[in-house]
Unconditional design. Structure first.
Length: 147
């Protein structure tokens, strides 16, 4: 049996839910682009997304500082957007930082002082042969099974 290959466009258009999702994503993308064109040049690159909720346009900025700068221009922005979005009566600003993976902390390298090493060696020497004695000797010599 030969598998049929379908284009992505045909796949998206073939399913009503996917077609609706694609149209919704396209609308959000167009709204975002239109809002960015209305923002001051210094702030447009910091606009992460935009969506309309009833009579409110919600604009997501990448950090609080840029959201605050735009908040000062809120009334002017509503007036500018009136022709683009006639139902928009309010602008709400939210912060949506871009996700950046947190740096992985490097484990601290631990070293033993000479006095501690000597104490471990003396303690190991006082013990009978066994697992505890070998462990103390390994620890004193700086060998460990843990990474």
């Amino acid at each position: 049996m030969q598998a049929k290959s379908h284009s992505l466009k045909a796949l998206l258009n073939g399913n009503a839910e996917l077609r609706q999702l694609t149209a919704s994503a396209r609308h959000i993308q167009q709204l975002h682009a239109a809002v960015c064109r209305q923002l001051p040049a210094s702030l447009s690159s910091h606009c992460v997304a935009a969506e309309q909720q009833a009579d409110t346009l919600v604009i997501y900025m990448d950090n609080a500082a840029n959201a605050t700068l735009l908040r000062y221009q809120q009334q002017q922005l509503v007036a500018q957007l009136a022709s683009l979005l006639p139902t928009c009566k309010h602008v709400q600003l939210r912060v949506l930082p871009q996700s950046v993976p947190a740096p992985q902390p490097q484990p601290a390298t631990r070293t033993l002082s000479g006095a501690v090493r000597a104490m471990l060696e003396n303690t190991a020497a006082a013990l009978e042969d066994g697992a505890l004695r070998r462990s103390l000797q390994n620890l004193a010599r700086g060998r460990s099974r843990r990474p």
